[in-house]
Structures are given as C-alpha cells and as structure tokens.
Design a protein around this ligand. Structure first.
Ligand SMILES: NC(=O)c1ccc[n+]([C@@H]2O[C@H](COP(=O)([O-])OP(=O)(O)OC[C@H]3O[C@@H](n4cnc5c(N)ncnc54)[C@H](OP(=O)(O)O)[C@@H]3O)[C@@H](O)[C@H]2O)c1
Length: 282
C-alpha cells in the first residue's frame, strides 16, 4: 500500500483518552495548513505488532507511543539510534528507507525546554540532582550528560533502580536512596523532580528546599498541575523554575517533523492552549 496524500499519525497506548498529543499536533496541523490528521488510538500490548504493521504498510506515517507500550515498541521496531538503544524505550515511530524506526524524544524535549527557559543553564549547572529513577529519569540522565552536565546524583525511593541507571554512566552518576536529599541540596546546581509525586491524584512530593544552593535552577517534569508544590516552594525562595509542560510540547516536535515534513515551533500560543486544557480538566 502507498502513503495517502494526507499523512496520518496518532498516539497509541492504553489507556489513551488522557493524552494531550492530539491537541498539540492538531494545533500545528492547523497552523501550517496541512491536510493530515493526528488521532488517539487505544492499543493494548497484544495488539501492538498488528498496529505497527499498519505503519509498515503505509496506512499511517507513524505514531507516538505511551504507557504501557514504550519498551515493547523498542523491541518491535526495525531500527533505532544509539541513545534509544541505551534507553530501551521508544516514544516516536516513523518510516525511513522502508524500515520502521523508533526513537525517544523525552530527553531532547527536556533539554529544549530547559534551554528555552534558562539559556545559560549549562554554565550554571555542573551538578544535577534528579529525584526519581523511572523511565523518564533515564532519558534525563542521558540527555544531561550528552549536553554537558558534569555529574548527576540520582535519588530514588528504590535505590536499586537508581543504581541500575548509574551503572551505565560510570564516574558520572551517583545513586542514592531518599535519605541523601538533605546532603545533596547545598551542592545542587539544577534540581529535577522526575518522580510522579506531586502530580494530580498522586501523593505529594515532600521536600524542604531550605538547604538548597541559592543559585540552583528547579524543574519538575510533572505538568498536572502546571505549577507543582515543588516549583511554588522554589519560586518563593527566589529560584529560577522550569515547568514540565514545556518538555511535553518540545518532545512532540521531532515526530511532527518526521510525519508532516515541517519542523514546528513551541510558541506561547500553543503553551497557553494546552495549559488551558490542563487547568480546565483539574
Ligand atoms: N513533562 C513531560 O513531558 C513528561 C515526560 C515523561 C514523564 N513525565 C512525568 O514524569 C513522571 C514519571 O514518569 P516515568 O515514566 O519515569 O514513571 P515511572 O517509570 O513509573 O517512575 C516513577 C518514579 O516515581 C517514583 N515514585 C512513585 N511513587 C512514589 C512514592 N510514593 N514515593 C517515592 N517515589 C515514588 C518511583 O520510585 P520507585 O522506583 O521507588 O518506585 C520512580 O522513580 C510522571 O508523572 C509522568 O507523567 C512527564
């Protein structure tokens, strides 16, 4: 089957109704007057191979992938890049030279958001402290190291998960349990929450920032609510803060470019549209 003139893409996962990706890509399709489409499709793990064949056959240009399919998709695609092979997780699928390719754009989305909000972050951020050691944390470690952070401390409830990430980055990443926060804060240049704590419907993230280095940047990848308690606390202490919504918007850019042929921009208008949707659903 050949590609239809109007390219189609979508986000897959289960559940999928919460995904804001259709709103983001729909905004860019309209802005660039592209007659393509971007939908959400419920795909369960045992349906993944059948769905990916639809992309191989040209029915769709590609897709974004969310929970619980990211690791399974990594296993199922024909080709990945070095970074994605280290992460073993795929959130963007596209065709190139007849091959089904998978990549992970979370790390690039995080860095683009950080650079946009704190252009001089690199000179300010030699030592990063990441709370959490899940899938997102692994993407952040990879991106921060590739982009110039000197050292990283990972602090996680389950220290074995932090140790598993650190093992891939000898001499650069230091794994600890939750007890280490107090000692880490005074030497932190950038503090990142990558746990799900503080997200609407999840337990609060209970961290006291009293000992945090005064020049530290504080960022939270949780974006519901837009301003988490961590960011509120940091802001009231005078720290530069970076919201998680920007990461969500920036991670969508590479997929749109691959499927629809135009590199879209993350604008204030787009930010406000998604922010209004988040606020409206709270
Ligand atoms: N802004 C964006 O674009 C973006 C992108 C990706 C993810 N996110 C958000 O980032 C968060 C994490 O995503 P993920 O994919 O990394 O999830 P994940 O793989 O499930 O990891 C969850 C992390 O949160 C920790 N955690 C969960 N409940 C906890 C508790 N009660 N006490 C202490 N730690 C707890 C886990 O610690 P343990 O290892 O001890 O269980 C783990 O480190 C989610 O809220 C997700 O929505 C945002």
């Amino acid at each position: 089957m050949t590609m239809e003139t109007a390219p189609k893409a979508c986000v897959i996962g289960s559940p999928i109704s919460h995904s804001r990706s259709p709103l983001i890509h729909g905004y860019w399709l309209k802005k660039h007057d592209i007659s393509g489409s971007y939908d959400r499709i419920e795909v369960k793990p045992d349906q993944l191979d059948g769905f990916l064949d639809r992309i191989r056959q040209g029915e769709l240009a590609g897709c974004n992938v969310t929970i619980p399919l990211k690791e399974l998709t990594f296993e199922a695609v024909d080709q990945t890049d070095d970074q994605t092979r280290r992460l073993k997780s795929v959130n963007t699928v596209y065709m190139l030279d007849g091959k089904l390719c998978g990549t992970s754009t979370d790390g690039a989305g995080f860095m683009a958001n950080l650079r946009q909000t704190v252009p001089d972050w690199r000179t300010r951020s030699k030592h990063a402290v990441i709370l959490g050691a899940g899938g997102a944390a692994r993407s952040l470690v990879e991106a921060l190291i590739n982009d110039g952070a000197a050292t990283i401390t990972i602090i996680n409830r389950t220290v074995e998960r932090a140790e598993a990430i650190a093992a891939d980055y000898p001499d650069r990443v230091d794994p600890h349990g939750w007890y280490a926060i107090e000692h880490a804060l005074p030497v932190t240049d950038i503090l990142i929450n990558s746990t799900s704590l503080g997200m609407t419907g999840q337990p609060p993230l209970e961290v006291c920032l009293d000992g945090l280095k005064s020049t530290a940047v504080v960022t939270d990848i949780v974006y519901t609510p837009l301003r988490t308690e961590l960011l509120n606390q940091a802001s009231s202490r005078g720290h530069t803060v970076v919201e998680g919504l920007g990461m969500l918007l920036h991670q969508a850019v590479p997929g749109f470019e691959k499927w629809f042929g135009i590199r879209p921009e993350v604008t204030d208008d787009l930010h406000d549209l998604i922010a209004a949707d988040i606020t409206g659903r709270q």
